[in-house]
Design a protein around this ligand. Structure first.
Ligand SMILES: [Cu+2]
Length: 133
């Protein structure tokens, strides 16, 4: 009997360690999940033949459109469009209409969003509008 007990305790100890490891994984998850940019159109480093009417950014968690801003800037830093539109049915997405008739070149999408978990996430990326062939 007394021989078994330490073994059992050892098993429980291992289970507890596994649970702790699992907890650490879950505890780390929110840091990754809070509204980081996970997808966009156009996306970072994309080359597009035509400027999309609307740029769309998708985040890892819900964002608050009223407290979020997207902008499209020219390669030399001029803000061409600014704002953020969100829909209740797609709480992780924000859109911004692009101005028409933009010249080929490099553009920067900048974002500053309020996650529903209260964190502010910001960043930017560039994409390229190619000249028509
Ligand atoms: Cu967060």
């Amino acid at each position: 009997m007394s021989m078994i007990k330490p073994t059992r305790r050892g098993l429980f100890g291992r289970a507890a360690a596994a649970a702790a490891a699992a907890y650490l994984l879950f505890a780390a998850a929110p840091a990754l999940a809070h509204s980081f940019l996970i997808d966009a159109n156009p996306s970072s480093k994309d080359h597009v033949d035509a400027m999309p009417k609307t740029i769309k950014l998708k985040f890892g968690a819900g964002v608050e459109p009223a407290y979020s801003t997207l902008s499209i800037e020219s390669g030399d830093g001029k803000v061409l469009a600014k704002g953020a539109v969100g829909k209740p049915e797609t709480p992780r997405e924000l859109t911004l209409d692009a101005p028409p008739d933009l010249a080929p070149g490099r553009y920067v999408v900048r974002y500053r969003v309020l996650s529903q978990d209260g964190h502010i996430v910001e960043g930017n990326y560039e994409f390229f509008l190619d000249a028509k062939k």
